[in-house]
Structures are given as structure tokens and as C-alpha cells.
Design a protein around this ligand. Structure first.
Ligand SMILES: *Cc1c(COP(=O)(O)O)cnc(C)c1O
Length: 340
């Protein structure tokens, strides 16, 4: 079975071997405050900086999920409230979670701007030039959810103070771990707020990470797998070039070689890592079932687009032969009554 589900998504094929190694070598049974385990954490952080070209002065910590990162930002980095210029279901959910913790009173007083770089639900993205404008116009911290693009695209990290992603999407790993990246300014804001109320208050996490430790027992297997996947990952500029080429090819293919329509009409807004394809409910249901019979899992629609779209993940763990297989399926299959 091959999967184009945009999360949890296909894991890199090598992950099976790394997981076996982690168990056989006893890594998963190491005390998380032991030197052996701390060395794995240290190396993983070093590799994140190196492979993703994260600035040396940006800090990196681990959390369990992107949802947890949403809460950490609201608890530990937001003074009054946060602004959420969203364009899809994940952006909306983030706003709802954040405002439960720091309710919005006056939008003009918001001190954190929360942006979903890649909106997995509908296949749109916020490009770096838009982030540049936000940076120019907004004086507070900028936090970016990059769950379905981190590990696939090259970012200008300086355009935001906080970046985060869980690993089960574009990073091609099993769920249960998230990477939280934060600037010196973000840390300064955390120190001013001085939130120490929660097990996952950013200052606790930060102080532990200075010793390559975490406040609670972390997902050691997940960290070990991440370290190994980063070791095999080419420099992010190379990965980015492959992903963008494949994305351009997917968009051209859907428009020119199938009867399907793209959900997002404006090419500027289209995601490079999640392609959303639109059709009527019956056609969408039929194509997903037929694909499944051919050994291919398509991504369901999400939120408002649950029943009239399917999604194709364009993540780096997916291989060319899999893409070719899905293309030839889509070329030959046409749903009863046509897809419109
Ligand atoms: C999947 C997803 C999330 C939620 O991730 P969890 O790891 O399940 O918390 C948040 N934001 C975006 C953009 C996502 O695609």
C-alpha cells in the first residue's frame, strides 16, 4: 500500500531499520538524564541546525505535538492575546486554542501574530514574501506553524520568532514528537512573562534543553528516529528544489491531464507540499475507493472540504515511482458521471 495521506503520512522507508536499531541497541531503555541519551538529543539539535540551516542563535526544543506548541505559545509567549490571520481549518483551530488561554479583548493589543505557513486542510501556503510584510508591519512576536512543510521547504527563519512542526507530516516520521524553534527575542519575551505554571512552560523546557534534557520523559524513540532521518536528509535547499519541481508538475498534471479541478485557483496561494483536488462528493468518494483498490491511499478532505476534495501529500519521503503510479492511476480512472 502506498500513501499520499498528508498526515500521518508515509514515513521514510529507512525508519523501520532505525527503529529496530533503537530497540536492539537499548537506546529506548536509556534513562533520559543519562549521558548516552543526552548525546542523542545534542546530536539531533546539531543536525536540525545544520540540515535545515536554522540560525545558530535560535533555540530548539521538543514537544509532543503541534497542538502542544500552540498552547506553549499562548501560555509562555503571549502577554495579552494573539492575532490569527488564518485561511483554513488548522489556523482556525489554533486561534480557538490560543484564545481559550489568552482571550482576545482588543485586537490592537495583540502581541503575537500566529501564521500557518502551510494550511494542510486546503492546500494553501503563506510565502516568504508575505511573511516579510508581516515582519515589517507587526512589532510583536511572529509564530509560524510549519507542520506540513518543515523538512520539505527552505525557510527564511529570521522572518519569525517561533517555528514549529510535529514530525508525522513533512518530516516523514511516526507521530508523537514536535520540534519547537525559537529566537532570542522569543526567549526574552518568555523571561518577561515568566510563566512557570505548567509542566510545559517554555522556561522549564528551555532550562532543561540547555542540559539536553526535557522536563518529562521524552519520546526517545522519536528523537532517535529524527536524528537518523536528519543524517540521511540532503541539505534543505536540495530537498526544497525537488519538492517545488514535483509540486509544479502535480499542478500542471491535474490541470492538463485529468478532468479534476484544483481547489485553489490562484497559483500564488497553492501549497508546494499538499495538493488539494476538488470534485463532487460522489466522484471524490469513488476515486478514493478505486485508488484504494489499486493499493493507493489518497488523503481525505478536511474540515469544510471533507467530502468534496481529496489531498495528495507532496512530502520528501514519497518516491518518484509512487508518484508515477498515482499519476497513471489518475490518468486512466474516471469516476462514473465525471468528476465535476
Ligand atoms: C496536523 C497539523 C497540526 C496538528 O498537529 P498535531 O501534531 O496533531 O498536534 C497543526 N497544524 C497543521 C498545519 C497541521 O497540518
Amino acid at each position: 500500500m502506498i500513501t499520499f495521506y498528508p498526515g500521518p503520512s508515509k514515513v521514510y522507508p529507512q525508519v523501520a531499520g532505525y527503529a529496530q536499531e533503537a530497540i536492539q541497541s537499548g537506546i529506548v531503555s536509556l534513562n533520559h538524564r543519562s549521558p548516552g541519551f543526552m548525546a542523542v538529543v545534542e546530536e539531533t539539535i546539531r543536525l536540525l541546525h545544520e540540515k535545515l540551516v536554522i540560525p545558530a542563535d535560535y533555540h530548539i526544543a521538543f514537544a509532543s505535538s503541534a497542538t502542544e506548541c500552540w498552547e506553549i505559545i499562548a501560555q509562555s509567549l503571549t502577554v495579552t492575546s494573539s492575532l490569527h490571520p488564518y485561511g483554513g481549518a488548522f489556523g482556525k483551530k489554533w486561534m480557538e486554542y490560543a484564545h481559550r488561554i489568552k482571550p482576545m479583548i482588543l485586537p490592537g493589543e495583540a502581541d503575537v501574530l500566529c501564521v500557518v505557513q502551510n494550511e494542510t486542510s486546503n492546500g494553501t501556503q503563506v510565502r516568504m514574501d508575505t511573511l516579510t510584510q508581516f515582519r515589517r508591519d507587526f512589532t510583536g512576536l511572529i509564530a509560524v506553524d510549519a507542520v506540513s512543510s518543515l523538512g520539505g521547504l527552505a525557510f527564511d527563519w529570521s522572518l519569525a520568532d517561533v517555528w514549529f512542526a510535529s514530525v508525522q507530516k513533512c518530516l516523514g516520521l511516526p507521530a508523537g514528537l514536535a520540534v519547537l524553534i525559537y529566537s532570542p527575542n522569543a526567549l526574552e519575551q518568555a523571561e518577561i512573562i515568566n510563566d512557570r505554571q505548567f509542566y510545559n512552560s517554555l522556561l522549564f523546557i528551555h532550562e532543561n534543553m540547555e542540559k539536553y534534557q526535557t522536563p518529562f520523559t521524552p519520546n526517545g524513540l522519536g528523537i532517535y528516529l529524527l536524528m537518523n532521518v536528519l543524517q540521511q536528509l540532503p541539505p534543505i535547499a536540495e530537498v526544497d528544489a525537488v519538492i517545488c519541481r514535483r509540486a509544479a508538475d502535480w499542478y500542471r498534471f491535474i490541470e492538463q491531464e485529468t478532468d479534476w479541478r484544483l481547489l485553489i485557483e490562484n497559483p500564488e496561494q497553492r501549497s508546494d507540499t499538499v495538493i488539494a483536488v476538488r470534485g463532487n462528493e460522489d466522484a471524490i468518494r469513488a476515486v478514493k475507493t478505486a485508488a484504494q483498490k489499486n493499493g493507493i491511499t489518497l488523503g481525505n478532505g478536511y474540515g469544510d472540504w471533507k467530502s468534496n476534495t481529496f489531498r495528495i501529500a507532496n512530502f520528501p519521503a514519497i518516491e518518484d515511482w509512487e508518484i508515477e503510479k498515482l499519476k497513471s492511476f489518475l490518468q486512466t480512472y474516471s469516476p462514473p458521471g465525471g468528476p465535476v
